[in-house]
Write a new protein. Structure first.
Lengths: 271, 202
């Protein structure tokens, strides 16, 4: 009896189903990796990834973006801010845990402080009082924690529904989902409403960035991929990635500018 | 009297230019940002998405402080050396247009967010610095917006912008390299031209 109930709730939870799809997709990606060829060492399964990217984009165009645009259009700003803050507050618990796992105790304490202040004075997180008090919002997840521990990122993977990840971040994602406080809400309709609302709220916040990316990208797939990889590297190092990349840039510049130390004007460079 | 006038005018111009050069990089970034955002806040056309007007604003106020030749070199990277001077100029022109369009688009999405300027960590003798700023947003971690500047004879010039750790310049490296691999330097120039023209039509 007990067992049956467990199985039932597993099957009834859309996220568990998603994780199963995810596992299947990853296995498929692994197999494809053997045959697909791509020039980019960071993206060995580019063929598979492009297909998944197209799938996610299609889903976004047909469902998620229209709903999020309507949400963005209809609701007044303070309400949208309140919703975003509410979910951000739930996230702070989990960010505190990850900061702790990375040995960043002062940050973890600050995150816990944020959660306490915002849950009480901030009316269940709707108001972000903690930021006004100078407790800065952080961004952490299990993928970053693994990165901090020295786990390499592995290949780039576009995960169905969730979007850009690396192999490491996909494993992180599974833990992120498993430990997500919203997943522990027992009342299933409430839980699903919260999931949906969070997706819409997050997507609505991304709407402005959308237009800028459309304007900037020659090829949206690779623009987002390269941006994601740069962004993750930056996050893992908390905004201060090692300067090795800069050294390579500097080298290129010197070569390109003909080994000059003098600043090159637009014309000098073209010569 | 006329010569005196001309002399005074010339003096004013040179003082003006001198003052511009003397501006510390963080002060420069702060001044330009505040000036541009003040205009955007008052301009209903830009707020409602007029990219054309935003482009005019960027060209007048922001562009003079950017070193597009260096930005293009950084984005094209190793392939830059195999480009002829004419090709290099074409690449720089097209990349400039693309970056200005992108930057202008971002301005039309600006909605009164507060920008924090971080204290500059640099020595007086440094010729290459990073000015860090942050865009505050509710319900999420602030977005870092960092400007890399180098000192030139004409004052400090921006050669890279990083949004949340993503360089708007080097993010193009892989796709540029692929274009060059498939169609040579001219292929890349053509792709950039096509991209800019399609942006123009919208």
């Amino acid at each position: 009896m007990q067992r049956e109930n467990e199985n039932e709730s597993e099957a009834g939870n859309p996220l568990n189903r998603r994780l199963r799809i995810l596992a299947v997709a990853l296995a498929a990606a692994g197999m494809l990796g053997g045959c697909a060829t791509s020039g980019n060492p960071k993206d060995p399964i580019e063929g598979f990834n492009r297909a998944m990217f197209a799938f996610n984009e299609g889903l976004d165009t047909v469902v998620i973006k229209p709903v999020s645009s309507a949400y963005d259009y209809v609701l007044p700003s303070p309400v949208k801010t309140g919703v975003a803050n509410f979910f951000a507050n739930i996230g702070d618990v989990f960010i505190a845990v990850n900061n702790l796992l990375q040995g960043k105790v002062p940050e973890a304490a600050s995150d816990a402080g944020r959660f306490l202040v915002n849950t009480t004075i901030g009316l269940l997180g709707v108001l972000d009082v903690a930021s006004d008090m100078g407790l800065e919002k952080h961004s952490e997840d299990f993928g970053q924690t693994f990165g901090r521990w020295g786990v390499g990122s592995g290949a780039y993977v576009v995960v169905p529904f969730f979007g850009p990840r690396t192999v490491r971040d996909t494993v992180g994602l599974i833990l992120d989902v498993k430990t997500d406080p919203v997943g522990y809400v027992d009342h299933i309709p409430t839980r699903n409403t919260l999931y949906a609302l969070r997706v819409v709220s997050d997507r609505a916040a991304m709407l402005p960035a959308d237009k800028v990316i459309e304007e900037a990208a020659l090829d949206k797939y690779s623009y987002i991929r390269d941006g994601y990889l740069q962004r993750r590297r930056n996050l893992i190092h908390d905004g201060n990635p090692p300067r090795e990349q800069d050294a390579a840039l500097e080298e290129d510049r010197k070569v390109a500018a003909g080994e000059t130390m003098r600043p090159a004007g637009p014309l000098a460079a073209a010569r | 009297m006329k010569w005196l006038f001309a002399g005074l005018a010339a003096l004013c111009i040179s003082i003006g230019a001198g003052a511009q050069e003397a501006l510390a990089p963080d002060v420069l970034v702060r001044n330009v940002t505040s000036e541009v955002l003040d205009i955007v806040r008052k301009d209903k056309d830009i707020q409602s998405g007029s990219t054309r007007k935003a482009i005019d604003l960027v060209e007048a106020k922001v562009l003079p402080h950017f070193n597009f030749a260096r930005m293009t070199q950084l984005a094209v990277a190793r392939d830059w050396r195999q480009a002829s001077p004419t090709q290099q100029k074409a690449l720089t022109d097209e990349f400039r247009t693309l970056l200005v369009r992108t930057y202008s688009k971002a301005l039309t999405e600006y909605r009164n967010q507060t920008i924090d300027f971080k204290p500059l960590k640099a020595q007086p003798a440094d010729t290459d610095v990073r000015v860090r700023t942050e865009i505050k947003q509710s319900g999420a971690k602030a977005i870092e917006l960092d400007y890399s500047l180098e000192k030139t004879a004409a004052g400090w010039k921006v050669y890279d912008i990083e949004v949340a750790g993503v360089s708007l310049v080097t993010n193009y490296r892989t796709s540029f390299a692929n274009e060059v691999r498939d169609g040579g330097i001219d292929g890349l120039i053509k792709t950039l031209q096509a991209k800019n023209q399609s942006g123009e039509k919208k």
